[in-house]
Design a protein around this ligand. Structure first.
Ligand SMILES: *[C@@H]1O[C@H](CO)[C@@H](O)[C@H](O)[C@H]1NC(C)=O
Ligand SMILES: *[C@@H]1O[C@H](CO)[C@@H](O)[C@H](O)[C@H]1NC(C)=O
Length: 343
């Protein structure tokens, strides 16, 4: 080997070493500044209002999209029905009015996975649901404590079930079961996921009694639209929320069950809500949902505006007297082969 060749070789080696070193330095600087920014935002170091709550929007925020696509591409197969624990919150006086239409429609698509959480023993509906009515022994009043009590029992039963996903809905929700499974298939239940839809435009701000100087702000998914938690997240919540601790937290912050859920996940555990626009509560006007998007919606709802005006999905089908909630007509639109749909 000539001297010139050796010299060139040494030069090349030095060049590579310098490049590697520079890259490492750059990398270190970036992570360090990231760390500083984070600790500045942390409540103990920064000013009280400094922390901006994070909100993942499944469709628009680049970071969230990256997370979602990294775990599963949009073409991911749907989650298996049997990985789902689906709880429906109801109460004694609504069994007769609200449950029959659910039992006739979407419940048929998830009979083994759906459980009704109520506040009494009801032999008739115990039979109609194949023993899927759960008497929570919670009060039947619609107050905060009773609501948190039911959510607490739902959460504990999910943990016991060993299922991968916990989804909660209300007894005025229609669940598009295959679409829900498609959604869950896009996320990894071994990662922390809180999927749902807020009904307010900005995070909720509250002041805690034990620290009145500091505002706490967080997002929460509206319970009446439905929301889902991955098993990994539920396991992390266990120390603060299982075996009735959920009720104590609700009492402490004096807010309803769905808000308490958001407080635990976003504030105590610092895990962001991922917004899923296809969940719908009765707080939204149902008539603005277009029929050509029904297959893509995950939940629907209804409510009564006044004596003769209902907030319901706009769809032709059964007569309003037979189908006041429009859930029968909706079900036949989505699943025309169902037994009661004339074709
Ligand atoms: C529901 O569960 C029962 C009892 O475990 C089982 O026999 C039945 O096949 C299940 N049905 C469906 C549709 O999975
Ligand atoms: C409600 O009370 C009954 C009777 O004491 C009991 O058998 C049942 O397990 C209780 N339900 C729950 C969810 O704790």
């Amino acid at each position: 080997m000539s001297v010139i060749r050796i010299k060139r070789l040494v030069q090349a080696v030095i060049l590579v070493a310098v490049a590697v070193y520079t890259t490492l330095l750059l990398y270190q600087t970036v992570s360090a500044s990231g760390y500083v920014q984070q600790s500045q935002r942390s409540p103990t170091v920064g000013s009280p209002a400094a922390r901006e709550p994070r909100l993942r929007t499944a469709t628009t925020t680049p970071a969230a999209t990256a997370t979602a696509t990294a775990t599963a591409p949009a073409t991911a197969p749907p989650a298996a029905l049997d990985h789902l624990f689906l709880s429906v919150k109801t109460t004694r006086s609504y069994h007769k009015w609200r449950l029959p239409v659910l039992l006739q429609t979407w419940f048929q698509l998830a009979r083994n996975q759906t459980w009704f959480f109520t506040d009494s023993v009801d032999v008739e509906f115990q039979e109609k649901t194949n023993g899927h009515m759960v008497n929570t022994n919670c009060s039947s009043s619609h107050n905060r404590k009773a609501l948190c009590c039911k959510m607490s029992v739902e959460f504990d039963m999910f943990l016991e079930s060993g299922k991968k996903w916990f989804c909660h809905v209300d007894d005025d929700n229609y669940v598009n079961v295959p679409r829900l499974l498609k959604l869950l298939g896009q996320f990894n239940p071994q990662e922390d996921w809180y999927l749902g839809k807020p009904s307010i435009r900005s995070p909720l701000e509250i002041i805690l009694r034990d620290n009145p100087k500091r505002k706490v702000s967080f997002w929460f998914a509206t319970g009446g639209a439905g929301f889902c938690l991955s098993r990994a997240l539920a396991l992390k919540m266990m120390p603060v929320a299982s075996v009735g601790k959920f009720i104590s937290i609700g009492e402490k912050i004096r807010l309803p069950d769905d808000v308490t859920m958001g407080f635990i996940i976003e504030h105590l555990l610092r895990k962001p809500l991922t917004v899923i626009d296809q969940f719908h509560s009765h707080l939204e006007p149902m008539k603005f949902l277009h029929q050509d998007t029904f297959h893509d919606q995950i939940t629907f709802s209804y409510s009564r505006y006044s004596k003769d005006e209902m907030n319901v999905v706009k769809i032709d089908g059964f007569d309003k007297r037979i189908d006041p909630t429009r859930f029968l007509s909706l079900h036949c639109f989505l699943f025309p082969n169902s037994n009661f749909c004339s074709r």
